[in-house]
Design a protein around this ligand. Structure first.
Ligand SMILES: [Zn+2]
Length: 92
């Protein structure tokens, strides 16, 4: 089923940089069925210990990493929290 000639999906090889964080389909040669794994942008795709450099990675679902999310890692905004406890900021 999993033919090697899937030019539709871009395949990444071990040693290449992960272009975008997300869930990847990991395609091995014959020793293991395809499975999913998370890869984080900027990391390198690893080689398989059995099929070595023959393993391929296809993006299955893009999932932003928390520290790459603008709202989570961008400049801090002063957002009013739902429940402000004390308006009085004097602390002693
Ligand atoms: Zn393998």
């Amino acid at each position: 089923m999993a033919s090697a000639a899937n030019s539709d999906l871009r395949a990444y090889k071990p040693g290449q940089m992960v272009p975008i964080s997300g869930i990847y389909n990991v395609i091995h040669l014959d020793h293991r069925a395809p499975h999913e794994a998370v890869a984080v942008r900027g990391d390198l795709f690893p080689a398989c210990r059995i099929c070595k450099g023959q393993v391929r990675f296809h993006i299955a679902q893009i999932v932003p990493h928390v520290t790459h999310d603008f709202d989570l890692a961008g400049p801090t905004l002063k957002m009013p929290r739902g429940r402000a406890k004390a308006a009085n900021s004097g602390e002693s």
